[in-house]
Ligand binder design. Structure first.
Ligand SMILES: [Cu+2]
Length: 784
C-alpha cells in the first residue's frame, strides 16, 4: 500500500503538468471557434475595465470561464502559448521522477512535447521559465547579461529579482523546488525574490496578457484581474496571491524582500513556520525585526516544518491590499500518515481564499460613520480570482473563476488556506463532492468526512476530494458568514473533470440558495461537548501523529487565563485635546480598542529580539503588572515571560460576546494542542467572562480532552466561549500571540510570549538592521 502511494506521488507532478495544460488547450479551441462573439465584445468595450462588466444582469454561468482568458482580445492583443498554438499537444506522462537539471526539453515546442524530468512542470508551456535565470530584454526578447562592472548594477530593478539566482549556482529556482519529495533526497536551497509595489487591478498589463490558469509559482503575466473591479493594490511580483513558495521538508528557503512601496515599510510573516533557530526571520515588526524601509531589501531564511502554510505582510493593513501567498512544505509520502488517502498532491490544488475590498484597507481604518461603515469586505477571491455583482446596478463582472481540474477515479489532496483579514468565517462547500479532512494548520489528523468546512482567518485545512462523480464541472462555493451575511458576499470556483465541460450543468449557487451544507467542520454554534451527526468541532479532530504526552499532563507548569474584549470609548472621552488614542470604528459606530487581560498591545520602538537592551523596562506590562496609572484603555507592550521548556496552558476567554464573531488566535513559533473548546456547560452562566471561567475550572467543568488532541497554530475562540491550549515552550524567542483579524491587530489584540532568556537565543545576525527613537538632548542653536 505504502509503495503504491509512493509511486503515485512520483508521477504527481508530471500529471499535474498535463492537467494544468488542458484548460489552455481547450481555451484555444473554444476561443478560435467564437470569433464573432469576441468582435461583439470589442465593440461594447470602451474602457479597459469596462470589458469585465456585463451589461446585463448575469450569472457566472453565462460568462463562460474558458472564454475569459481571451478577454484581452478586446484590446487587440491575445496571448497564446506558443507551444500550444501550433496544435493541441498532449503531454505524455512521465515514468521517471520529476527531479532534474531544469533545462528546457527538446521537443517542447514541436507540438509533440514529451515532458521529462524537471521539464518545467509548473508552467503550461512544458518548459522551464528561462526568465527565472536569465533576464530577457523586454524590447528585443534577447537575454541580457548584466554588466558585472557596472557601478549601478544594484539599482537595476529589471534584473535584481533574478540576480542572486544567476550569481549562485547552489540556489534552486522556485519551480525547481516545487517538486515531489523523496526520502533521502538531498535538500535544496530555494531562492525567491519578492518585489513589493503599489499596483493596480486591471491595469494596462491586462492589455498584454491574461494570467494563465495554473496556480503560479512564477507568473508570466503581470495582469491582476481579481474580481474584475478596478482598484489600487499592493503586490509581490505583480501577482495576487503573491508568489507561491513550495518546497520539501529540510529545504532551506531564502526570500529576498525588496520593498518598493513608496512611503511604506513592511515585514513578511511566514504563518505556520516555527522558525526554530531562525527566530530573527519571523517577520513581526518591533518583535523580531525592524520593518523593511522603502528601497531596502531584507533576506529571510528559514527551514520549514511540513504542511500547508502561507505568508503575509504583518505590518499595518497591507495584507488586506494583496500581500499574501501560499507556503507549502511537502514531505516524502512515508512521512505523512495520511498519504495513502490520496493519489495526487498538485501545486495547482492549493485553494487560497481571501476577502477583498474595493478600496484600500486603510480607507476603513479607523472607520467611517456614514458610507461604507465597518470593515466588512465587498467581495472574496479564490486564488485571487472571482467575479463580483454590483449590488446597485446588478451588473456582474465576468473575470475568470478559478478552475481546479481532476481526473475520474483519482483522489486529490487539496490545501485550503484561509487568508481572510476580516471577522467573517469562511464557508466552503463543493457541489456533489464530500471532503475528507486530513490536516489542519499543517498537522495531520485522523481523516473525517465532511461536506462543508468553516474556517477562520489564519487557519488551513487539507482535504481529499475523490473524483467519483460523473465527468462534468461542479461549483465550489465560498460564502462569508457572520457579518459578511449583510452584504451576502460570496465567490465561486469550479471543480472540473478533465476532458469534461468547463461549465457546471447546474445554476450557480447563490448566497441564499447555496449548495447543501451536509456535515460541517467547525460549526459556529460551538456545541462540541457531545457527539452529533451534523457537525464536527476542531476540538473533536484527532491527531494522526504521536502526541507529546508530557504536554498533556494534569498540571501544566504555567497556566495563563487570557480574557479578551473591547473597550468602548465615548466620543467625549476619546477626542480630548492633546490626546491621540487609537481606535477602530466598528459597523455599529462604537469606537473601540482591543484588550487582552486588560492590556492593549503597542509595539516598542525597537525589536525585542534584536535590540532588547534598547527598550526601557517600563514599556512592558501584562495582566499581573499593569502600570498603576494605566487606565481602562491600558496601552503598553504586553509581554508574558515563560521559562524555557515549561508546559504551558493558555485559556482564552471571550469577553467580547459579540454574536457572530469568534476571534481566531494565532501563535507564532510553535503549534499548540487544542484540548478544550466550547461555551459554558453551566446553564446559569449566560455570559462568559474571566470570573466564570476560573470558577468553571475550579469546579472541573472546563473541558479538557487529552486523547490525541489536534495540533494547530490558529484557533477560533467560540463567541461567548473559551478555548484551552497546551504547548511545550521549547522554542526560545519572542513570539507574538494574537487575534488574526487584521483590524483587531492594529488596535492591540496581541501579546508576546517571551520564551526563555536572551541567553537561550541564537546570536543576532551580523549587520541586522536597527531602529528606534531618536531623542537626543535639545541643544541650543550654536551647538548643532
Ligand atoms: Cu479579534
Amino acid at each position: 500500500m505504502k509503495r503504491k502511494g509512493f509511486q503515485q506521488v512520483i508521477t504527481l507532478f508530471s500529471v499535474m503538468a498535463i492537467f494544468s495544460d488542458f484548460p489552455d488547450i481547450e481555451a484555444v479551441r473554444v476561443a478560435s471557434s467564437q470569433p464573432k462573439q469576441r468582435a461583439k465584445d470589442s465593440q461594447s468595450d470602451l474602457t479597459p475595465s469596462g470589458s469585465y462588466w456585463q451589461q446585463h444582469v448575469a450569472t457566472p454561468s453565462s460568462s463562460t470561464p474558458f472564454e475569459s482568458p481571451f478577454y484581452s482580445a478586446t484590446h487587440g492583443l491575445v496571448q497564446t502559448h506558443p507551444s500550444l498554438s501550433a496544435g493541441h499537444p498532449r503531454p505524455v506522462p512521465l515514468n521517471s521522477n520529476s527531479l532534474g537539471p531544469g533545462v528546457p526539453v527538446a521537443g517542447a515546442t514541436s507540438g509533440n512535447p514529451s515532458l521529462t524530468a524537471g521539464s518545467g512542470y509548473l508552467n503550461s508551456r512544458g518548459s522551464l521559465p528561462n526568465s527565472a535565470r536569465y533576464p530577457v530584454n523586454k524590447i528585443t526578447g534577447t537575454v541580457v547579461e548584466p554588466n558585472p562592472k557596472s557601478p549601478f548594477r544594484h539599482l537595476d530593478f529589471s534584473t535584481s529579482a533574478t540576480a542572486e539566482l544567476r550569481r549562485n549556482p547552489a540556489l534552486s529556482a522556485p519551480d525547481e523546488c516545487a517538486r515531489a519529495c523523496r526520502e533521502g533526497e538531498p535538500p535544496r536551497i530555494c531562492y525567491y525574490h519578492f518585489t513589493l509595489e503599489y499596483y493596480t487591478v486591471l491595469g494596462a498589463a491586462c492589455q498584454v496578457c491574461t494570467p494563465n490558469a495554473t496556480n503560479t509559482v512564477w507568473s508570466h503575466c503581470q495582469c491582476v484581474l481579481a474580481d474584475g473591479v478596478e482598484r489600487g493594490i499592493l503586490t509581490a511580483n505583480r501577482m495576487i496571491p503573491g508568489p507561491s513558495i513550495q518546497v520539501c521538508e529540510n529545504d532551506k528557503v531564502v526570500i529576498d524582500v525588496e520593498n518598493h512601496m513608496e512611503g511604506m515599510e513592511v515585514t513578511i510573516h511566514w504563518h505556520g513556520i516555527w522558525q526554530r533557530g531562525s527566530q530573527y526571520y519571523d517577520g513581526v515588526p518591533f518583535v523580531t525585526q525592524c520593518p523593511i524601509q522603502q528601497g531596502n531589501t531584507f533576506r529571510y531564511q528559514w527551514t520549514g516544518n511540513a504542511g500547508t502554510h502561507f505568508w503575509h505582510a504583518h505590518t499595518g493593513l497591507q495584507k488586506l491590499d494583496g500581500l499574501y501567498g501560499s507556503v507549502v512544505v511537502r514531505q516524502p509520502p512515508s512521512r505523512d500518515p495520511n498519504s495513502h488517502l490520496y493519489d495526487f498532491d498538485l501545486t495547482t490544488h492549493i485553494m487560497l481564499i481571501s476577502d477583498w475590498l474595493h478600496e484600500d484597507a486603510a480607507e476603513r481604518y479607523p472607520g467611517r460613520l456614514a458610507v461604507n461603515t465597518g470593515q466588512d469586505p465587498e467581495s472574496m477571491l479564490i486564488n485571487g480570482k472571482g467575479q463580483f455583482r454590483d449590488p446597485n446596478t446588478g451588473f456582474m463582472t465576468n473575470t475568470p473563476l478559478e478552475i481546479f481540474t481532476i481526473t475520474p477515479g483519482r483522489r486529490y489532496r487539496f490545501r485550503m488556506i484561509n487568508a481572510f483579514a476580516s471577522v467573517c468565517p469562511a464557508q466552503v462547500t463543493i457541489e456533489g463532492h464530500g471532503m475528507t479532512v486530513i490536516a489542519t494548520d499543517g498537522e495531520p489528523v485522523h481523516p473525517v468526512d465532511v461536506n462543508t468546512i468553516i474556517s477562520f482567518s489564519g487557519e488551513r485545512y487539507d482535504f481529499v476530494i475523490t473524483a467519483d462523480q460523473p465527468v462534468g464541472a461542479y461549483w465550489i462555493q465560498l460564502r462569508g458568514l457572520g457579518e459578511c451575511g449583510i452584504r451576502r458576499a460570496q465567490q465561486l470556483a469550479i471543480l472540473r473533470y478533465a476532458r469534461g465541460p468547463y461549465q457546471p450543468a447546474s445554476a450557480p449557487p447563490t448566497y441564499d440558495v447555496g449548495i447543501p451544507q451536509g456535515v460541517i467542520l467547525n460549526p459556529l454554534d460551538a456545541i462540541c461537548d457531545r457527539k452529533r451527526q451534523d457537525a464536527i468541532c476542531v476540538s473533536n479532530l484527532k491527531n494522526a501523529k504521536k502526541v507529546d504526552k508530557g504536554v498533556l499532563v494534569e498540571r501544566p507548569d504555567v497556566k495563563i487565563f487570557l480574557p479578551f474584549r473591547f473597550f468602548v470609548y465615548e466620543p467625549k472621552t476619546l477626542f480630548i485635546p492633546n490626546t491621540y488614542n487609537r481606535f477602530l470604528v466598528a459597523s455599529d459606530a462604537d469606537h473601540l480598542v482591543s484588550l487582552i487581560d486588560e492590556v492593549s498591545y503597542v509595539s516598542p520602538p525597537s525589536p525585542m529580539l534584536s535590540q532588547y537592551n534598547d527598550i526601557p523596562e517600563e514599556y512592558y506590562c501584562n495582566g499581573d503588572n499593569r502600570p498603576s496609572d494605566c487606565g481602562e484603555n491600558c496601552q503598553c507592550t504586553h509581554k508574558i515571560d515563560i521559562p524555557l521548556n515549561a508546559i504551558v496552558e493558555v485559556v482564552l476567554v471571550d469577553e467580547v460576546q459579540q454574536i457572530n464573531i469568534s476571534h481566531p488566535f494565532h501563535l507564532h513559533g510553535t503549534s499548540f494542542y487544542v484540548i478544550g473548546l466550547g461555551r459554558s456547560p453551566d446553564e446559569h452562566i449566560k455570559r462568559m467572562n474571566l470570573k466564570h471561567a476560573l470558577d468553571l475550572d475550579q469546579r472541573g467543568m472546563l473541558e479538557r480532552r487529552y486523547q490525541k488532541p489536534s495540533l494547530k497554530d490558529t484557533v477560533a475562540v467560540p463567541n461567548n466561549g473559551y478555548a484551552v491550549l497546551r504547548f511545550r515552550a521549547d522554542n526560545p524567542g519572542f513570539w507574538l500571540f494574537h487575534c488574526h483579524f487584521q483590524y483587531h491587530i492594529v488596535i492591540g489584540m496581541n501579546l508576546v510570549f517571551q520564551i526563555g532568556t536572551l541567553n537561550d537565543l541564537p546570536p543576532v545576525p551580523p549587520n541586522f538592521p536597527r531602529c528606534g527613537n531618536h531623542l537626543p538632548p535639545i541643544t541650543s542653536n550654536s551647538e548643532w
